[in-house]
Ligand binder design. Structure first.
Ligand code: ADP
Ligand code: TPP
Ligand code: MG
Length: 312
């Protein structure tokens, strides 16, 4: 069983005309009057998404906001409002809740998002669900589905830092600062997402939450295309070469997850504009139905399954 097997069970058989995008993208898109709105929700569960042995409540609040903001960024959107569903064990005090709230509210304020409601229940462990409503910018929303053969594939920044940091944290080793920050306080790329939407530059986009391999697979599936990316083109932090990690850098790059970078495609003739925004070309869309990685020796590898799936 995979996440996708479960999600399929909950796809609505009824979709009114106002639903421009239901299940299957980073946000749902709905029409209200003349306006399109983006809706996204993400959960963080103690033991599954974080461990308070190394995660302080303040940064947990910040990361909860960031992972949701990243899905708004992935549509080329501007976030507006949020609601919070809080599952809280009575064994945790008010001090920890105050730290959590101050992290969450600080991160939401930085993005000019107002928390407007939620629900609060007692639970055996901390569970946090944030929902954000936003609005597409410019020519957005940018869906996962617009990539065509010949388009160039870009990532917005280095990959693998968060996954490598998690490996060290679980062993009780404090990662170097840049890696620690990538895991505890990721910076979703709202400005870049909005710029791509305003300029009509991206043909398809997704954020990398589960891993470059599986998230590129999702973009390929939605667009009905294949992809070829080159291992040597993918940017990653130098620490992945220097630290005593269990795996080579490529493992964290493809499957580490929680990078919250943008992965997008654009027409080749717009390459100079895209690179002007600081994105890195890593390969090309081809006909087919899955992504292939070409390594330094020219070997080809199907990377559709490289990444995090809660049920696989
Ligand atoms: N339990 C569910 N019921 C309905 N839709 C769901 C459920 N879980 C996930 N989805 C939808 O499935 C798609 C993929 O979800 P997910 O992988 O969590 O997206 P993301 O990684 O961008 O947050 C999204 O459109 C999401 O709204
Ligand atoms: C304690 C702990 N174990 C494992 C992980 C690794 N991990 C958990 S969820 C996840 C991927 C992202 O979470 P998901 O719930 O799939 O978010 P979505 O893709 O829906 O945005 C990863 C890499 C972690 N961050 N912390
Ligand atoms: Mg996403």
């Amino acid at each position: 069983m995979t996440e996708a097997d479960l999600i399929r069970l909950f796809v609505s058989p009824f979709l009114p005309d106002e639903v421009l995008k239901g299940v299957g993208d980073d946000c749902a898109v709905v029409k209200v009057g003349q306006e399109s709105l983006l809706i996204t929700t993400d959960t963080m569960l103690e033991g599954i998404h974080f461990d308070l042995g190394y995660f302080d409540p303040y940064h947990l609040g910040r990361k909860l906001a960031a992972v949701n903001l990243s899905d708004i960024a992935a549509m080329g959107g501007r976030p507006l409002f949020a609601t919070l569903n809080l599952e809280w064990p009575p064994s945790r005090g008010l001090k920890e809740a105050r730290d959590l709230s101050s992290g969450l509210l600080s991160r939401l304020s930085e993005a000019e998002v107002a928390l407007v409601g939620g629900d609060t229940v007692k639970a055996p462990r901390i569970g946090l669900t944030l929902t954000i409503i936003g609005r597409p910018e410019g020519q957005g929303p940018i869906y996962r589905q617009g990539a065509r053969p010949g388009d160039i594939i870009y990532v917005s920044g280095p990959l693998g830092a968060s996954g490598a940091a998690l490996e060290l944290l679980r062993k009780g080793i404090r990662p170097p600062e840049p890696l620690l920050r990538a895991h505890l306080d990721p910076q979703p790329e709202l400005n870049l997402g909005q710029q791509l939407a305003r300029d009509g530059l991206a043909t398809a986009m997704i954020d990398i939450s589960d891993g470059l391999g599986i998230d590129l697979f999702r973009l390929c599936q939605a667009s009905g295309v294949g992809a070829e990316i080159h291992a040597s083109f993918i940017p990653y932090p130098e620490e992945l070469d220097l630290l005593p990690l269990e795996n080579p850098p490529l493992f964290y790059i493809l499957a580490g997850g929680e990078d919250y970078r943008l992965l997008f495609t654009a027409k080749e003739e717009r390459g100079a504009e895209v690179q002007g925004l600081g994105a890195y070309p890593i390969g090309r869309i081809v006909s087919g139905d899955h992504p292939v990685l070409i390594d330094e020796k020219g070997r080809r590898r199907n990377i559709s399954f490289a990444g995090y799936d809660h049920f696989r």
